[in-house]
Design a protein around this ligand. Structure first.
Ligand code: NAP
Ligand code: MG
Length: 485
């Protein structure tokens, strides 16, 4: 195989690539140039019906998938991880071409994703219920059963990783899947679909239907044969996903939504280390990260020095072609995203924040934004409240622990938080008090296959990763047997 060829542009249903029933296609772009790189089949309600029917048949009683030993499912997941490692350069190339993240980051994403499949591979035959000593002359046991056909709707910021976070627990537990990738980034999902076939997953277990959210996505979420929706994306659409469930069959829902996560730096921190952690927390993936540390709270004693070093650090980022190994920041995903970032930068300037560096578009081709740092940011400003989803660091000043806990929690979101300090009392007090699903102490974005990830408040509910994610894909059955008295 030649690296970087776009091989697949159709819907993947029942282990075959097929045209959309309507024969419609939609364009897919390279964000580095703004130019079209592919036309991809566009699923609508009719295709959703076909894909869900395939997933339902694959889940039916007596099907090869249902009869398969759990340990054999584990072997398939390990095989899928092997194939990803075999094709890592091709997957990373397509990810960078389509999403704009640096090739180095794409390689790391693919490897981390293969590792996640291996984690879940090991879990397949370790899922079991309890034996319960109950009142009276009877005994109960519980079984954990796969919930059935699951719809999975994912965003464009980590196309392969988000797919893996969703497929790992779904396939581990024995569910069947219909995945809708984001309209911007369908290419690697189709490659991954093909690899599931090569790995040996039976027909209909994995289906991938590129298309648009309000058509294909909504039809999936409203479908009466879908038992669960796993969604990652904006809070706005998260509201809609719950409505779709309420309007249809009350399917189970898990939501991983946005964030405005605080990273708190105390005076006692090693300044250079703190600047570096805070830098990666916000600038990783060009700021297009749901758990980005997008509110950097710095204690007053080191505030000025921190701002100076953080601005210097951001100024060192080389923006440009994500395939260039010297480049550390590629383009934003698309024009609307670029415009939104620049609008919020303008609002920051107008509302009185001090622009230290950046704040402008880079070049006229593609969707590049200069790494941007604002100081003198206050809690009421839009850049301190809204999800920018771009390379914009907002640095706020605080004085005391109590104050910063209050302010860190002063958001409708609750996805993640970080604290940098040498004082273990402050670290633990903050970790206990902050309303966030993940808290990192003296690090940030430390996400592993083993650790559950997911938000509080309007950042959603349900967990990805870890053993806890399996619960979202399982139902518990209680069997009670009367004993002779
Ligand atoms: P989005 O609209 O929430 O998209 C996420 C996924 O939901 C996509 O696959 C999208 O399809 C689908 N979708 C959209 N409308 C839907 C509907 N009515 N029913 C079912 N599915 C639907 O997010 P976005 O437009 O890509 O980005 C907007 C903002 O969301 C970003 O600026 C950022 O603030 C936030 N965001 C958060 C995350 C995260 O990781 N939590 C990721 C991406 C974006 P389409 O492909 O048609 O859009
Ligand atoms: Mg969208």
């Amino acid at each position: 195989m030649e690296t970087g060829q776009i091989r697949y542009n159709k819907l993947f249903i029942n282990n075959e690539f097929v045209e959309a029933a309507s024969k419609q296609q939609f364009p897919v772009f390279n964000p580095s140039t703004g130019l079209k790189i592919a036309d991809v089949a566009e699923a609508d309600e009719v295709d959703v019906d076909v894909a869900v029917a395939a997933a339902k048949a694959a889940f039916s009683r007596g099907s090869p998938w249902r009869k398969m030993d759990a340990s054999a499912r584990g072997k398939l997941l390990n095989k899928l991880a092997d194939l990803m490692e075999r094709d890592i350069k091709n997957l990373a190339y397509l990810e960078t071409l389509n999403n704009g993240k640096t090739y180095k980051d794409s390689m790391a994403d693919v490897q981390a994703s293969a590792d996640i499949f291996r984690y879940y591979a090991g879990f397949c035959d370790k899922i079991h219920g309890d034996t319960i000593p109950i009142d009276g002359s009877a005994i109960s046991f519980t079984t954990k059963e796969p919930i059935g056909v699951v719809a999975q709707i994912i965003p464009w910021n980590y196309p392969i990783a988000m797919l893996t976070w969703k497929w790992g627990p779904a396939l581990c537990t024995g569910c069947t899947v219909v995945l809708k990738p984001a309209e911007q980034t369908p290419l690697t999902a189709l490659e991954m679909a093909w690899l599931t076939k090569e790995a040996g997953f039976p027909d209909g277990v994995v289906n991938v239907i590129p298309g648009y959210g309000p058509t294909a996505g909504a039809a999936l979420c409203l479908h009466d044969d879908v038992r669960k929706v796993a969604f990652t994306g904006s809070t706005e659409i998260g509201h809609k996903i719950l409505e779709y469930s309420a309007r249809s069959n009350l399917k189970k829902v898990s939501l991983e939504l946005g964030g405005k996560s605080p990273l708190v730096v105390f005076d006692d921190a090693d300044l250079d280390e703190a600047v570096e952690v805070a830098f990666n927390a916000i600038f990783a993936n060009h700021g297009q990260n749901c758990c980005a540390g997008s509110r950097t709270f710095v204690q007053s004693g080191i505030y000025e020095r921190f701002v100076r070093k953080a601005s210097e650090r951001a100024g060192q980022i080389k923006v440009g072609d994500p395939f260039d190994p010297n480049v550390t920041q590629g383009p934003q995903i698309d024009e609307p995203s670029l415009r939104k970032i620049l609008r919020l930068v303008d609002s920051g300037k107008k509302e009185g924040a001090k622009l230290e560096v950046g704040g402008v578009r880079v070049g006229e081709e593609g969707y590049f934004v200069a790494p941007t740092v604002f100081s003198e940011v206050t809690d009421g400003m839009r850049i301190a409240k809204e999800e920018i989803f771009g390379p914009v660091q907002s640095i706020l000043k605080f004085n005391t622990l109590e104050e910063v806990i209050e302010r860190a929690n002063g958001t409708t979101y609750g996805l993640a938080a970080g604290v940098i300090t040498k004082n273990v009392d402050n670290a633990l007090a903050f970790a206990r008090a902050v309303e966030a699903g993940s808290v990192w102490v003296n690090c940030y974005d430390y996400i592993t296959p083993q650790t559950p990830f997911g938000g509080f408040k309007k950042s959603g509910f349900g967990k990805d990763l870890g053993s806890e994610s399996l619960n979202d894909y399982l139902v518990t059955k209680t069997v009670t047997i009367k004993l002779p008295s």
